[in-house]
Ligand binder design. Structure first.
Ligand SMILES: Cc1cc2nc3c(=O)[nH]c(=O)nc-3n(C[C@H](O)[C@H](O)[C@H](O)COP(=O)(O)OP(=O)(O)OC[C@H]3O[C@@H](n4cnc5c(N)ncnc54)[C@H](O)[C@@H]3O)c2cc1C
Length: 424
């Protein structure tokens, strides 16, 4: 772990969120039933769900920087259905995944409505940039409709009439998806947790884990001895030595540009079908936009996680923003964040002995990392069976070779696939 592995969150969401006073860092040695490392969606949803089930539990959350400083506070804001890496050939599994993620969306929005949280729910569009792929998506939408999933195919002509979108052959609209300011949700959750008895320590990086019947966590000015550990560290997990071959940190660059609601189309968000996906969401008078080219993503040698991606990434995202939205104003916020990517893009939420994890959402974790808390808390209290049919529970990660092979492989793969449509 290096001092600059945890940089400050400069996202639009962080800059415009309700103010928050960080909890004091840990000083001294303490004990807990459950120690959670990471105060993003996974960490705080797990703390909340554990205390809902066992109000007497000693829950400690340790955060290297501040609540919402990681991907949960820097993302594209899209609160989406589906789980990355799970195909839709099996209608029973497809329906199960839909039900689980829709439940996740409903739970997040229920909490957002009760807090000082910016959110909207106008659905999400998956855009298709060629006619053949759009037709396949159309047929797929009809298969989903047949099992009761209320998505809708929108033709390119209809889309153009609705919002002036050019160059789109068709789209699938999911009316149940939303947009969420993650920092707001986490800052609203923090006082709830403190009132429920959780202890939260910010500016407290865990530097080492000593496993055993009692787990000891080292931090710069104190230790935590706990009966169970939750790794809620997503793209930073390798820094603690866990899942180094399974979850790899990929930086992603994002901008936010002022845009009036009237200049934006009907849906809350969209993503396109290119391998280096472009995505955008509208909330609070801004379009949050990211991706779109090789330059807007980066794997850094040695798995470094901190620091902005710099001017080349920023220029690439601005250029793509101008391509999709020629009249957009210049961005007034730009930032980078760390995704936790797996080989199959499928996350895993599970346990081994007294170590629990929810990791590897592969850029699709706003809903799932919030749902992870429910799953992990159920696993903890012995009621995990209700989630066992989701193939992310206790799922093994595929193995990604270490550097230098990883770095070389990443660059070769992206050079070959960077501008091509995604498969499927
Ligand atoms: C640029 C970007 C855009 C995205 N857009 C979307 C989107 O639109 N929709 C979507 O569904 N998903 C999106 N995602 C993915 C989504 O944001 C994540 O999957 C999700 O937020 C992961 O939450 P988490 O709590 O597991 O991890 P994080 O939010 O990353 O939280 C991990 C926390 O752990 C802390 N930590 C790590 N190591 C330590 C340590 N050793 N000691 C103490 N603390 C530690 C970190 O500081 C961090 O706060 C995006 C991600 C990025 C980066």
């Amino acid at each position: 772990m290096r001092p600059d592995d945890f940089d400050d969150n400069r996202s639009f969401w962080a800059a415009t969120a309700p103010p928050d006073t960080p909890c004091a860092p840990l000083r001294g040695d303490i004990v807990a039933d459950v120690a959670i490392v990471g105060a993003g969606f996974t960490g705080l949803s797990t703390a909340r769900e554990l205390l809902n089930r066992r109000p007497d539990l000693g829950v400690v959350v340790l955060e290297a920087k501040t609540v919402g400083n990681g991907a949960s506070g820097r993302n594209g804001g899209q609160l989406l259905n589906w789980i990355n890496g799970i195909g839709s050939d099996d209608p029973v599994l497809t329906r199960r995944v839909w039900d689980a993620t829709l439940h996740g969306i409903e739970r997040v929005l229920e909490r957002a409505r009760n807090g000082n949280v910016r959110w909207s729910r106008h659905g999400a569009l998956d855009l298709y940039t060629d006619a053949r792929r759009a037709e396949r998506a159309h047929a797929h939408a009809e298969r989903l409709n047949a099992i009761g999933i209320p998505v809708r195919y929108v033709s390119g002509a209809e889309l153009k009439a609705l919002c002036g979108a050019e160059g789109v052959a068709g789209a699938v609209w999911d009316p149940t998806a939303g947009v969420l300011a993650g920092v707001d949700l986490l800052r609203a959750t923090k006082p709830e947790l403190l009132a429920g008895g959780a202890r939260i320590y910010e500016h407290t990086p865990v530097t080492r884990v000593h496993e055993g019947e009692t787990i000891t966590l080292d931090t710069p000015h104190g230790t935590v001895r706990a009966k169970a550990l939750v790794l809620a560290t997503n793209g930073y997990t390798h820094l603690l030595g866990y899942f180094r071959g399974g979850v790899f940190p990929l930086l992603s660059h994002v901008v936010a540009a002022p845009m009036a609601a009237s200049a934006w189309g009907g849906a809350g968000s969209f993503s396109d079908d290119m391998d280096r996906i472009s995505y955008g969401a509208h909330l609070d008078g801004h379009l949050v936009f990211g991706g779109g080219s090789n330059a807007s993503y980066a794997y850094r040698y040695g798995g470094r996680t901190g620091g902005d991606m710099g001017p080349a990434a920023d220029a690439a995202v601005r250029k793509k923003l101008g391509h999709y939205f020629p009249g957009a104003a210049a961005p007034d916020h730009t930032w980078s964040g760390v995704l936790g990517i797996t080989l199959s893009r499928r996350p895993s939420i599970g346990r081994r002995g007294n170590v629990y994890w929810g990791l590897g959402y592969s850029g699709h974790g706003v809903t799932l990392a919030n749902l992870a808390g429910e799953i992990l808390a159920d696993l903890y209290v012995g009621e995990g069976a209700q989630w066992a049919d989701l193939p992310i529970v206790d799922a093994a990660f595929g193995w990604i070779p270490p550097d230098p092979f990883r770095w070389v492989g990443y660059h070769a793969y992206t050079a070959l696939t960077g501008r091509s449509p995604r498969r499927g």
